[in-house]
Unconditional design. Structure first.
Length: 294
């Protein structure tokens, strides 16, 4: 069983405005309880050197799993560039999209899905859900899901509350409406500061054996710098034996949920639809997500 990551409320910082969006002065810091790395069988070569494609050979056991996630898009320029970088590295990822930005650029949402990547919900206008009524929470998520489908893509039922702001009430509203809340275990702080090398170093430094969910952004002012860090993260993590995965329908990093990022066209659309699921989130199973504690 995967160990749950505990999320605690961190110090307050003012985030820079991203493409006209106001960001409340709130930040969530996360920590992960490490799980021991899988033990090699006697006689097994545990070298983590990668092959010529930069991928961990299939006969190697993973030190841990990494699910890359990107928030706040889609935006022109940055999102297409990110898709290209991920496809070149053959790495899966999940894009948590803002509804009003999908309305402005539906072609970018379609390009993400054609690239073989999962699409998920990040509210309509990047609002802090804990400051909204229950009715407003449901309306924001529902409108975003509707806009994604109107754009011609097949969103999952995964939802990331902006700023990670989720209390018991918001969680109850999301799960009750059939959605799966997903937070993160590693905050790259790409929105705040740092060069591409520094952002990559933060992510690699915080990797732990077991499941890792990395938070980056493709929809803030500093996102081009964060995109430049992706190839460095992929290379460094693979050299240490980590495997990149998608998120399953419970929001867990899962090798079974991964598909080659190069899969496109109808294959990508079918795969995205298969992750959507039906009925209540997890069909009665509590979704995996770091818990918000106060």
């Amino acid at each position: 069983m995967l160990l749950l990551a505990a999320l605690v409320l961190g110090p307050h910082h003012a985030r820079p405005n991203g493409a006209g969006e106001d960001r409340p002065a709130a930040e969530l810091a996360s920590s992960v309880r490490a799980r021991p790395a899988p033990q090699a069988k006697p006689g097994t070569n545990r070298s983590t050197r990668t092959n010529r494609t930069g991928q961990t050979p299939r006969n190697r056991r993973c030190t841990g799993t990494i699910a890359l996630t990107f928030d706040d898009g889609p935006v022109p320029g940055t999102t297409p560039r990110l898709v290209s970088v991920l496809r070149a590295a053959n790495v899966p990822a999940t894009f948590f999209m803002v509804g009003r930005r999908v309305r402005q650029h539906p072609e970018l949402a379609r390009a993400v899905e054609r690239g073989g990547f999962q699409i998920a919900n990040h509210s309509w206008a990047h609002e802090q859900l804990t400051a909204r009524s229950s009715r407003q929470v449901r309306a924001s998520i529902t409108a975003t899901q509707r806009e994604l489908r109107r754009a011609g893509v097949h969103p999952t039922t995964l939802v990331r509350p902006p700023y990670g702001a989720m209390d018991r009430r918001v969680r109850r509203e999301l799960v009750g409406a059939g959605y799966v809340p997903v937070l993160w275990t590693i905050d790259s702080r790409d929105w705040a500061n740092g060069s591409a090398d520094q952002i990559a170093s933060r992510i690699l430094r915080d990797l732990r054996p077991g499941p890792n969910v990395v938070l980056q952004h493709d929809g803030v002012d500093r996102s081009p710098i964060s995109v430049a860090a992706v190839a460095k993260v992929v290379r460094g993590a693979r050299n240490r034996g980590f495997c990149f995965t998608g998120l399953d329908r419970h929001g867990r990093p899962s090798l079974a949920a991964s598909r080659p990022a190069r899969s496109a066209g109808s294959t990508g659309r079918t795969a995205s639809r298969s992750q959507t699921g039906t009925g209540r989130a997890g069909h009665g199973t509590r979704p995996w997500s770091p818990e918000l504690t106060r």
